[in-house]
Design a protein around this ligand. Structure first.
Ligand code: ZN
Length: 91
């Protein structure tokens, strides 16, 4: 069983989703969990839809590894956009 608090903050800066390893962009409302799981301190963030996915499949109680989840299509598009931004502009 997981014990802790989930909050729904708006990202003040970019974060990474612990479920799908995708980017949580600045300004996005997401899930922040701070608490304890099996005696270990936990502090992670997820996309709202990733959190739904994880809780629907009972991973929040069973435990999961970083990046265990499937990346939602919306997040794939975000990650792709970031990669393109990072590429040096060709002038
Ligand atoms: Zn995610």
């Amino acid at each position: 069983m997981a014990f802790g608090d989930t909050k729904r903050p708006v990202a003040a800066k970019r974060h990474v989703c612990v479920w799908c390893s995708g980017p949580i962009p600045q300004g996005e409302k997401h899930v922040l969990y701070v608490g304890e799981w099996q005696g270990e301190f936990q502090n992670w963030r997820m996309h709202e839809e990733c959190y739904q996915d994880a809780s629907d499949n009972d991973y929040l109680n069973e435990g999961f590894m970083d990046g265990d989840g499937e990346m939602p299509e919306r997040v794939k598009a975000l990650a792709q956009a970031e990669r393109e931004q990072r590429q040096p502009s060709k002038k």
